[in-house]
Design a protein around this ligand. Structure first.
Ligand SMILES: NC(=O)C1=CN([C@@H]2O[C@H](COP(=O)(O)OP(=O)(O)OC[C@H]3O[C@@H](n4cnc5c(N)ncnc54)[C@H](OP(=O)(O)O)[C@@H]3O)[C@@H](O)[C@H]2O)C=CC1
Ligand SMILES: Nc1nc(=O)c2c([nH]1)NC[C@@H]1CN(c3ccc(C(=O)N[C@@H](CCC(=O)O)C(=O)O)cc3)C=[N+]21
Length: 287
């Protein structure tokens, strides 16, 4: 029977540290600030955005929500990014995914100042991550939160097989890079993977970020594996569920994250942590 990772508890501990760092900055007259750009009314995004706003306020971080209607044009969003790039009270810019089709998300990401790029999606930051460069730069908050969880539970990574299901630029790809940088042997799977079960069964560490409920079943998991479920799926019953058949996989795994209460709260805590990182780096002149 697996040990269930308590993401809420770990997030609380991390948030406490962040709060103390915010207080230290306050004594220097600095308040970290984040702006979330939300286009349209995607219901999931609205909920996440609300959670982020609430947490920021609790920790003493300035938080702005910049909302645009779903039919906003490229020039208007680019102008907003430019405005926050130059706003000295803003340390972190987050453009909520998904964006409507008429917008060029890549161009918007590329317009964000790399030292305010809280999701670590700017090519400069992605390049540093892939090159495994030392130094201070932002990394996508979900994979960062997963790494914090793994370290907290003393999960050995060097020489282990890690399979990541899902290759988005926000989750799967940076997750694979972080695990590979930590000397795990990584397999990055997608819909094109011929034998997904073979890829997941060889994993000592299995991270699932596909957005498909119950994609991973007990027989897909190596006995004793560490299973991290990033998926957030809303069932027709209204209940939230991950990508892993938790009920059965917990009998096979050694460590497992639940949904809700696993990766989600750690994503938000990591977002807050990294907002303070960005504020410290910028104000200390370390780019
Ligand atoms: N807990 C948290 O903090 C967060 C949770 N999420 C959740 O994580 C999930 C993934 O998000 P995101 O990465 O943005 O999603 P995307 O939809 O951008 O990417 C999904 C990825 O999963 C792959 N995939 C989907 N179905 C299968 C399948 N049956 N077999 C193999 N691969 C598959 C896709 O493959 P292909 O590339 O071939 O299409 C794609 O690479 C979602 O449920 C999202 O809500 C996201 C961010 C944070
Ligand atoms: N640019 C961008 N960056 C993101 O990081 C990003 C994004 N866009 N778009 C949407 C996804 C999704 N995401 C979540 C964050 C927190 C929870 C979360 O707090 N979940 C809680 C509770 C959720 C609830 O109960 O409603 C939990 O799992 O326990 C979920 C999902 C960030 N995302």
């Amino acid at each position: 029977m697996a040990t269930v990772i308590d993401g809420r508890k770990l997030a609380k501990e991390l948030n406490q540290q962040t709060k103390e760092r915010v207080a230290k900055l306050a004594s220097r007259g600095i308040q970290p600030g984040i702006v979330v750009i939300l286009v349209g009314e995607d219901p999931a995004s609205v909920i996440y955005t609300r959670n982020k706003q609430r947490k920021a306020e609790k920790l003493g971080i300035k938080s702005i929500l910049k909302k645009f209607p779903a039919d906003v044009d490229q020039v208007t969003v680019m102008a907003a990014v430019d405005q926050y790039n130059h706003d000295d009270t803003i340390d972190a810019i987050l453009v909520q995914e998904p964006l409507p089709d008429q917008l060029d998300g890549q161009a918007i990401t590329n317009a964000i100042r790399p030292d305010k790029d809280i999701d670590g999606l700017h090519p400069t930051n992605l390049g540093k991550l892939y090159a495994n460069q030392p130094g201070n730069y932002p990394v996508a908050c979900t994979p960062r939160g997963v790494m914090t969880m793994l370290h907290h539970h003393h999960v050995e990574l060097a020489g282990k097989n890690a399979t990541i299901v899902g290759r988005s630029i926000l989750v799967g790809k940076p997750m694979a890079a972080l695990l590979n940088n930590a000397n795990a042997t990584t397999t990055l799977a997608s819909r094109h993977t011929r034998d997904l079960a073979a890829a997941t069964r060889q994993a000592d560490i299995l991270v699932v970020a596909a957005g498909s409920p119950h994609l991973i079943k007990a027989e897909d998991v190596k006995p004793g594996a560490v299973v991290i479920d990033v998926g957030i799926n809303r069932l027709s019953s209204g209940k939230l569920t991950g990508d892993v058949d938790f009920e059965h996989v917990q009998d096979v795994a050694s460590l497992i994250t639940p949904v809700p209460g696993g990766v989600g709260p750690m994503t938000i805590a990591s977002l807050m942590q990294q907002t303070v990182d960005l504020a410290e780096w910028r104000h200390n002149g370390q780019k």
